[in-house]
Design a protein. Structure first.
Length: 390
């Protein structure tokens, strides 16, 4: 039996890193039957896949993203992709959201901390990272009329479809129902924004012209779902994973406390060490060879970002979390034409979250009574992050 035939979805969900290490050593381009994908696991090969859209296209068929959201930025390539990106990307530039850390993110973070600061303990996932990401996203997108719990439910259900590589019909049924609910909820809002534009991302998506052409209703709805899943997932998981990383290394936490300039490298190292997004899914446009394996035209490929970020060929002692690591950039937010469009906002949220928590919660530390459980291979994060402080 091949290595790929022995790998199950449950194994990947529980902890994919030992599997990736084995694949990098024995089968760096390997078909994993349980998910129907060729997993590409070495740094150089992952970079090559992500940076070669003419050979490895993001417009796959089948596509978990297009199947769940409708045709969208992530599930497209070429002129269509460039058009969508040109409408959405300007909203994420420094000039547009550079004031967010102080004017939007910090007030929300402080309000959340106010609710539990006197208690001496909290779950930083459910009580901080998730609501912070949801409230920032609601304001940024223009979805303040949507209940926070509804937005978070949409995220979970849509993400279930986005990660449904095995084609489980029950998972897809959940995702499709959420997709229809989003469409129904935002349709009247989109109609209003056509008459009364504002400064939100949704309004920008509705009203921006490219060569005299605007996004259709279906395109706005599909890409809004991308923003909901990406905006909540990237920020929530980066906050949770990075806090877990530094809190589980108390000696490095003390260095960060003494030198706030280490906050940024500590967060970036956490993103490398436990990547919140696992893969970039692509499809070959013609027969090609990669890693000594011949891939037929139409082969579905997953460039495993999380594995590339642990590749021994590119990193020294890659399984070690080290805030002083200086070995170049990671691939936690992908690379090439599909570099994560919301990475800047996720970083803003995470840096601000660290600043507020470390300033306001003295001697912040993990709660030894609550072991940390982390699962997921496409979207990986702690279920809870129980902490204590003085």
């Amino acid at each position: 039996m091949s290595v790929g035939s022995e790998i199950g979805v449950a194994q990947l969900e529980a902890d994919p890193y030992p599997i990736y290490e084995q694949l990098r050593a024995e089968a760096p381009v390997c078909h994993v039957d349980s998910v129907g994908l060729w997993l590409v696991t070495r740094w150089d090969d992952v970079q090559y896949v992500d940076k070669s859209p003419d050979l490895f296209t993001g417009e796959t068929e089948p596509s978990t993203l297009n199947r769940t959201f409708g045709k969208n930025l992530l599930g497209s390539e070429g002129a269509y992709h460039a058009r969508i990106r040109s409408i959405i990307y300007p909203w994420f530039r420094v000039g547009a959201i550079g004031a967010y850390p102080d004017t939007v993110i910090a007030p929300i973070a402080n309000e959340l901390v106010d609710a539990f600061s006197e208690r001496g303990s909290a779950d930083l996932v459910s009580e901080f990272a998730e609501p912070l990401s949801a409230r920032v996203l609601k304001q940024a997108l223009g979805l303040e009329f949507v209940e926070e719990e509804t937005l978070r439910r949409w995220f979970v259900e849509l993400a279930t479809g986005a990660a449904n590589f095995e084609g489980d019909p029950e998972k897809q049924k959940i995702a499709d129902a959420a997709s229809a609910e989003v469409n129904e909820t935002v349709a009247p809002v989109i109609e209003r924004l056509e008459r009364e534009p504002d400064d939100t991302l949704l309004s920008s998506m509705v009203n921006t012209d490219v060569d005299g052409e605007r996004l259709t209703l279906e395109e706005v709805q599909a890409n809004l779902k991308v923003m909901i899943v990406g905006g909540l997932q990237a920020a929530t998981d980066l906050i949770a994973l990075s806090l877990w990383a530094i809190l589980s290394h108390p000696e490095q936490l003390e260095e960060v406390r003494r030198d706030p300039a280490l906050v940024d490298p500590a967060i970036e190292e956490a993103a490398r060490w436990h990547s919140p997004v696992g893969t970039s899914t692509r499809q070959t446009t013609r027969e090609t060879e990669l890693g000594g394996v011949t891939l037929e035209q139409g082969a579905l490929v997953a460039a495993v970002l999380a594995s590339a970020n642990r590749d021994e060929r590119n990193w020294t002692d890659p399984d070690r979390y080290d805030i002083h690591r200086r070995e170049g950039g990671h691939l936690a937010f992908a690379t090439g034409p599909h570099l994560c469009i919301g990475a800047r906002l996720a970083r803003y949220e995470t840096r601000t979250a660290w600043r507020v928590l470390l300033d306001r919660l003295p001697d912040l530390r993990l709660d030894p009574e609550h072991p940390i459980e982390i699962t997921g291979w496409e979207f990986r994060s702690p279920h809870h992050l129980h902490v204590q402080w003085n």
